[in-house]
Design a protein. Structure first.
Length: 747
């Protein structure tokens, strides 16, 4: 490439030098080979000029890198162009033709910068060794230009019977058209035609080589032999049409040498490639349709669970008391059992129906309200006729007691159905939410992916496949199938640094990812790094005389960008309270780690506690959910004690206004959102800690105490709060006591 000289200038050689100069490990070798190429095609005086330019660029670049300054492709290109143009213009100052040298210098500088960018595009896939990934149009054009320049720079040797330049051009166009098709063949044919026309002065070479590329691509489906025959015939015919062309009947030497090269190539090098873009589009089409089908099925499942939920909700109506229909049925039962066989039945229910009916209903109303009725309270008209009054009153009392018991079980069953309806509805919400949470294919430009492949190749990592996914929180996950080469050992942390520079965002290996890349292909996952970090501390004390604490807690990371602190206080103390709060904490952990939304997780747990047994089981739920990307913290409180947020000297209290979980189906909960700052602390405590504080304004006392704390260690803060509460209560824990602390800092 350095032999491609035009009008005594070598912008191509200098452009190539600028394009490859970024490769630190090959700089001296590149400088030597470019200089060697120039020496074979240019006067020594002109070569000296370009040598000085390369040395100056090397020194400036070395100084910049020594000061930790990043040198980009554009910087090297501009630097090379400016220095070259300056030296050419300086030559003009020493002559009498300044205007000519001024235009010449500016033109050469512009050409160097343009060629540097063009060659860099073509060099990226060559240096990176990309496998299985289609090249974009810019890279294809760049490679075509580079190949045509190489052909232009080939030396000619007289007396060997054929043209090396023509052989290289014919072979390149034939192989490209046969392997990649008409489009690529025509493109390379046009590039080679331009170069040949410049070299020979025959402008018709452009059309001739372009047509040969089209022929090679058109007949490639008929095999290597037929393709070459058509290609050879086209070359001869077109050579005859253009009498001045080198491609005439006397040019068989170039065609024969082209045939030898073409047929001796191994099959792996001539295997046809079919529009990689179409294959990729088909893969994308298939994956998108599979995702759409999955979403559709999940939506159907969700609708089914919603329907089941509505069905259970429709049959879960509660009754506050017996209605008229229930009383009518009870009245019919009483009259049927007691009166039909009575000797006074006709007297009571035929002759005096209205009075008997009114009296019996009066007895039922009084028994329903008071649970019994005295004989003297029975209307005289009814008591005077009824010969089984005591038995009638006793049976009425029994029937109503049974009816009330049935009513209680009816309401209990309705409550259970309501809880099940709520569970089914939440399951539907979870499925619906999951269908929206399916990863989307990222819209990362292919240029960035190719740049990453190239950068990794330069660090001895060979990439086979890259996939970028956009998560629901607009963060990205990167999946790379790769291995190391030449026995190198590369850590995923080093790879994450390369990815971060390429993508312009801080990335890190996922927790489940291997720490070191090996010689075998494996898939590695990289995620966007968080902006904040959290450290935690915990202190607890069991109630005096109790063996087991009724408080339970957890610290979890359900996803890389979230920290969840959970604290639950079971009703009472001891083993039973521990079991209840432990069940709540474990379920919350499982639901949150499985990806359930917090609302769904809380409602499901509440419904489980409601249905758990005939006994009432209550537990408080206190959650602090910290987003490590944004710094926002959501405080969720269900019957929980006060949470304190310390920011410097200021302390904010987060209070709860709701009942504990497990009391009612339609549960309310408080959600308060605050933005945390660097150095803030979140302090959560159970009511056992608060109750140890004397006086009425307990929260204010703890706030003042926390405000005066000078320590920055979460564990020390937790110990200090617990010890202060115990000290104020003569070191006697009157209830189970637990303190959780989270310290929040910029990463």
């Amino acid at each position: 490439m350095a032999r491609a000289v035009f009008m005594g200038m070598n912008p191509i050689g200098m452009g190539y030098f600028a394009a490859v100069f970024l490769e630190k490990k090959s700089r001296m070798f590149i400088m030597f080979t470019v200089l060697l190429g120039m020496l074979t095609a240019m006067p020594y005086a002109d070569v000296l000029k370009y040598l000085i330019i390369m040395v100056v660029i090397s020194v400036i670049t070395a100084l910049a890198e020594f000061n930790n300054k990043r040198v980009s492709m554009n910087t090297v290109g501009v630097l090379t162009a400016v220095i070259t143009a300056s030296m050419t213009i300086t030559d003009g100052l020493l002559s009498n033709n300044l205007g000519y040298y001024l235009l010449l210098g500016l033109g050469e500088g512009a050409a160097i910068f343009a060629f540097a960018l063009i060659f860099r595009k073509g060099l990226e896939p060559l240096l990176a060794g990309i496998q299985g990934q289609a090249l974009d149009n810019e890279q294809i054009i760049s490679l075509a230009v580079m190949l045509s320049v190489v052909i232009y720079g080939l030396p000619e040797f007289e007396g060997i019977g054929f043209s090396i330049t023509m052989t290289a051009a014919l072979f390149s166009v034939l192989l490209t058209g046969y392997k990649y098709g008409v489009g690529y063949g025509a493109l390379l044919g046009a590039a080679c035609g331009i170069i040949l026309s410049i070299r020979t002065g025959e402008i018709n070479q452009i059309g001739l080589m372009c047509m040969l590329g089209i022929l090679a691509g058109t007949f490639r489906e008929m095999g290597r032999f037929i393709t070459f025959l058509v290609y050879c015939a086209g070359a001869i015919v077109l050579g005859e049409l253009y009498q001045k062309s080198q491609l005439d009947l006397s040019g068989f030497g170039a065609l024969i040498s082209c045939a030898v090269l073409f047929f001796l190539l191994p099959k792996t090098l001539t295997e046809k490639v079919y529009a990689g873009e179409k294959v990729g589009e088909e893969d994308v089409f298939v994956s998108q349709n599979i995702q759409n089908i999955a979403k559709s099925k999940l939506k159907d499942f969700s609708e089914s669970f919603y329907s089941l939920s509505n069905t259970f909700a429709a049959i879960s109506e509660k009754k506050a008391s017996l209605d008229k229909k229930d009383k009518s049925l009870l009245f019919d039962e009483l009259s049927e059992q007691l009166c039909k066989d009575c000797t006074n039945c006709n007297l009571c229910w035929k002759s005096n129906f209205y009075d008997t009916y009114q009296g019996a209903y009066y007895i039922m109303d009084v028994v329903e309200k008071n649970g019994t009725i005295a004989l003297k309270e029975v209307p005289e008209s009814f008591a005077g006729r009824c010969i089984c009054l005591e038995h009638f009153v006793a049976e009425t009392r029994r029937v109503l007691e049974v009816a009330k018991l049935n009513l209680s079980w009816h309401n209990r069953l309705a409550e259970s159905r309501e809880a099940i309806a709520g569970q089914l509805s939440e399951v539907a919400n979870i499925i619906d939410d999951f269908s929206n949470d399916l990863y989307r294919g990222g819209d990362t430009p292919d240029m960035i992916k190719r740049r990453l492949v190239y950068q990794l190749k330069m660090n001895h990592v060979v990439v086979q496949r890259i996939a970028v996914f956009d998560k629901r929180n607009d963060k990205q996950e990167l999946y790379i199938t790769a291995k190391t080469e030449k026995g190198r050992c590369v850590t995923t942390k080093e790879v994450a640094g390369i990815i971060s520079k390429t993508f312009g965002k801080v990335m890190r290996p996922a927790e489940s990812c291997k720490k070191v890349m090996s010689r075998d292909f494996d898939t590695f996952i990289f995620i966007e790094d968080v902006n904040y970090i959290v450290y935690t501390g915990m202190a607890k004390m069991t109630k005096e005389g109790a063996r087991i604490s009724g408080d339970n807690f957890s610290f979890i990371n359900p996803d890389p960008g979230t920290v969840v602190m959970t604290l639950s206080d079971g009703m009472g103390t001891g083993e039973k309270a521990c079991e209840e709060s432990e069940s709540v904490v474990e379920l919350l952990e499982q639901f949150m780690e499985a990806g359930f939304k917090r609302e769904s997780a809380i409602k499901l747990i509440n419904s489980i506690l409601v249905l758990k047994s005939g006994e009432q089981t209550f537990s408080t739920i206190d959650m602090s959910i910290i987003n490590l990307y944004t710094g926002f913290c959501d405080f969720i409180k269900i019957g929980a004690s006060t949470t304190f947020v310390k920011s410097g000297k200021n302390v904010e209290t987060i209070l709860s206004t709701t009942l504990p979980a497990g009391i009612i189906n339609q549960m309310d909960y408080d959600v308060i959102t605050r933005e945390l700052k660097d150095g803030d602390f979140v302090i959560m405590a159970t009511d056992g800690v608060i109750d140890c504080i004397p006086g009425e304004d307990k929260e204010q006392f703890i706030s003042d105490f926390i405000s005066e704390l000078k320590m920055n260690n979460p564990q020390e803060i937790a110990n200090a709060v617990l010890n202060q509460a115990l000290e104020l209560n003569q070191w006697v824990p009157k209830d189970d006591m637990t303190v959780l602390v989270a310290g929040f800092w910029n990463k």
